[in-house]
Write a protein that binds this ligand. Structure first.
Ligand code: ASP
Length: 334
């Protein structure tokens, strides 16, 4: 037994827009992150596995409309939602993932069932939904994922004929909405991270009382993405990785670059092959390797000794961690 148990979470990275930050909105983000950490910390305190803790944390983040996963997911260029999620158990190296699901309420639960109940690692689209349904998971009407903020964000991205990261689109949407809002008094909430540069994916990593690690990641992807586009989040090695021997990692950022850098696995590989610390490996991937190809974003990582690294190369990242027996810490900016 070890008392190194800790849970860390993220809700996306991006550019902190001080001008558009209101204390109320900032407080709301902190409160949501804190509630998720409290719940996941309880799982660990009660002797639950790291796998259970990250599943619970990501499930709650998916249900929170502030983040780009589950309810509150971004829109594709076809005006729909396609969700991706993955999970990995560092004790067994078992993994599960789903991509392009459109009706599964909690994609992380579907990924978890793939890990536990299937000989495969990843299911996509219709096949993933059929699998989730056969597993008795809750399916929802696609309108469940809809939020007005993301819709406004999508309309802007569509107007500019480009795909954009979640928080990037949200800031633009807020700015574009301002003249009307002043007249109607109907201002959208201003979020502290500039939506023009934000990646709203969610994720969690944990080490439990037995020294096992796990990671999970879930996302709606990027605003105005082409139907069928898959980012790093559901890809084991890019958006998610866990191995007791090295670390557990969950990424957020420009998915294509995280795929090309095999970002999450690279943190683990550097620990294994270069013998560096968790902090050094995570820092190298985010600050040196990803910027080589203009990869923007960050990651969260823990190792079996309870070390935590939360590097990002943007101005901010919604994040927090909670050690067993200690008060949770939440942060947004540097
Ligand atoms: N990495 C995600 C993707 O490319 C986006 C994000 O982190 O918000 O799908």
């Amino acid at each position: 037994m070890t008392s190194n148990a800790v849970i860390a979470i993220h809700g996306g990275a991006g550019t902190i827009s001080l001008a558009s930050m209101t204390p109320d909105v900032e407080a709301r983000y902190h409160a949501e992150l804190r509630a998720v950490l409290d719940a996941a910390q309880r799982v660990l305190v009660e002797g639950g596995s790291a796998l259970d803790a990250v599943t619970e944390a990501v499930r709650l983040l998916e249900d929170c409309p502030l983040f780009n996963a589950g309810r509150g997911a971004v829109f594709t260029s076809a005006g729909k939602h396609e969700l991706d999620a993955s999970i990995m158990d560092g004790r067994t190296l078992k993994a599960g993932a789903v991509s392009c699901v459109t009706r599964v309420r909690n994609p992380v639960l579907a990924a978890r069932r793939v890990l536990e109940c299937s000989e495969h690692v990843m299911f996509t689209a219709d096949g993933a939904e059929a699998f989730a349904q056969a597993q008795g998971l809750e399916l929802v009407d696609p309108s469940y994922y809809h939020t007005d903020d993301r819709h406004r964000q999508w309309q802007l991205a569509r107007g500019q004929q480009r795909a954009m990261l979640d928080h990037d689109g949200a800031t633009l949407a807020a700015a574009a909405h301002t003249p009307d809002a002043q007249i109607t008094g109907d201002a959208p909430p201003r979020e502290p991270i500039d939506p023009d540069n934000k990646f709203g994916t969610v994720g969690a990593v944990a080490v439990d009382l037995h020294g096992h690690v796990a990671a999970a990641t879930s996302t709606g992807g990027i605003t105005n993405k082409q139907p069928g586009r898959v980012g790093d989040s559901p890809l084991i090695g890019a958006g998610c990785y866990a191995d007791d021997a090295t670390c557990a990692v969950s990424s957020t950022g420009t998915g294509e670059m995280f795929i090309r850098m095999v970002a999450a696995y690279d943190v683990a590989a550097q620990i294994a092959y270069r013998g560096v610390s968790l902090d050094e490996a995570a820092h190298d991937v985010v600050m040196n390797r990803l910027p080589r190809i203009d990869g923007r974003g960050g990651l969260i990582a823990v190792d079996a000794k309870g070390n935590v690294a939360l590097p990002f190369n943007t101005e901010g990242m919604y994040r927090g961690f909670a050690r067993v027996g200690e008060t949770p810490v939440t942060m947004i900016g540097r």
